[in-house]
Write a protein that binds this ligand. Structure first.
Ligand code: SF4
Ligand code: SF4
Length: 294
């Protein structure tokens, strides 16, 4: 298929396409009250051969795909490898969803659970939308999370994991840095969902402005914050970090058992550690002043 040029700035083209879909798609409208699940997105890019993706094999596990692995699995391996790019986006939870979760201390709010279930279904549509848009322009593209090659893995070293981490991909695309709770703290905060696509459209990587992988968290910055730990009803966050097993048992066990029917969802999430914390809607001000205004 003939490739259609996306102009001088294909990154802008994709940013606009993602933003428009978030703005206009009926899938981003809440079933209960017509409000939005997600506000305007952040979009970032990385080279498919960014060395971080190989390092994830050591950090997460050998099972974690590099962009090239998932691309080759999807489209077949070629003798002459083509340049690959990764597109990642952040969907920030809308203000009223975050506000509703701030008020909670034991279970996520109804709006939060709806965002986790129906809002993520919209995120799946967004992945499909971007893949098909790129295909229509003559490029190959795959969304690793919706690929038949994606699977969950129980790693002896790190517990619950999978063959593609949206958070680590967003980090590689320059969109944020990790907090004590393991969430990605972005310029639009930590109350987010993430998506990504791998494509053979050449794209300019976004500059990585965060000085290290925990740069946006006040705990690692100067030890003044453990607000996410105090918010966690399961005791899953401590100075040592995030206990995935405990979090999973609470979010997918206790909350699901107690709230799934009432809320009318199949998955509730929890996200109490993502709201009523200093990194909920942005990078904490002190860190911004120190790192980002030079
Ligand atoms: S609440 Fe505080 S300690 Fe927890 S991730 Fe955010 S900045 Fe870090
Ligand atoms: S999602 Fe819920 S259970 Fe998991 S760490 Fe955050 S507050 Fe704790």
């Amino acid at each position: 298929m003939e490739r259609i040029t996306l102009g001088k700035n294909p990154e802008k083209f994709l940013e606009r396409a993602i933003a428009r879909f978030v703005e206009e798609s009926p899938g981003n409208r809440r079933k209960v009250d017509g409000g939005r699940y997600w506000d305007a997105p952040l979009v970032g890019f990385a080279s498919g051969d960014d060395p971080l993706f190989r390092r994830y094999k050591k950090i997460i596990g050998q099972f974690h795909h590099t962009p090239r692995e998932i691309f080759d699995l999807t489209f077949g391996k070629r003798k002459n490898p083509v340049e690959l790019s990764v597109v990642s986006w952040i969907l920030p939870a809308s203000e009223d969803i975050r506000r509703s979760n701030r008020k909670e201390g034991r279970y996520p709010s109804l709006l939060w659970a709806h965002a986790r279930d129906f809002g993520e279904q919209f995120n799946v549509k967004l992945r499909h939308h971007l893949v098909s848009l790129l295909q229509r322009k003559g490029y190959r593209a795959v969304a690793p999370m919706t690929s038949p090659f994606w699977k969950q893995v129980r790693s002896p070293r790190i517990g619950f994991a999978s063959t593609w981490s949206e958070r680590h991909t967003a980090y590689a695309c320059g969109l944020g840095a990790f907090g004590l709770s393991d969430g990605l703290i972005t310029a639009k905060g930590k109350a987010i969902r993430i998506g990504s696509v791998v494509t053979d459209l050449p794209l300019r990587p976004l500059e990585k402005i965060y000085p290290h992988h925990q740069a946006n968290c006040l705990f690692y910055f100067n030890k003044t914050c453990k607000a996410c730990a105090a918010r966690c009803p399961a005791g899953a966050i401590t100075s040592k970090g995030h206990d995935k097993e405990r979090c999973f048992e609470y979010s997918y066990g206790v909350v699901r058992r107690d709230k799934m029917k009432e809320y009318g969802v199949t998955i509730t999430g929890c996200g109490l550690c993502q709201t009523k914390v200093p990194c909920e809607f942005g990078i904490p001000k002190l860190i911004q002043k120190t790192y980002h205004t030079k």
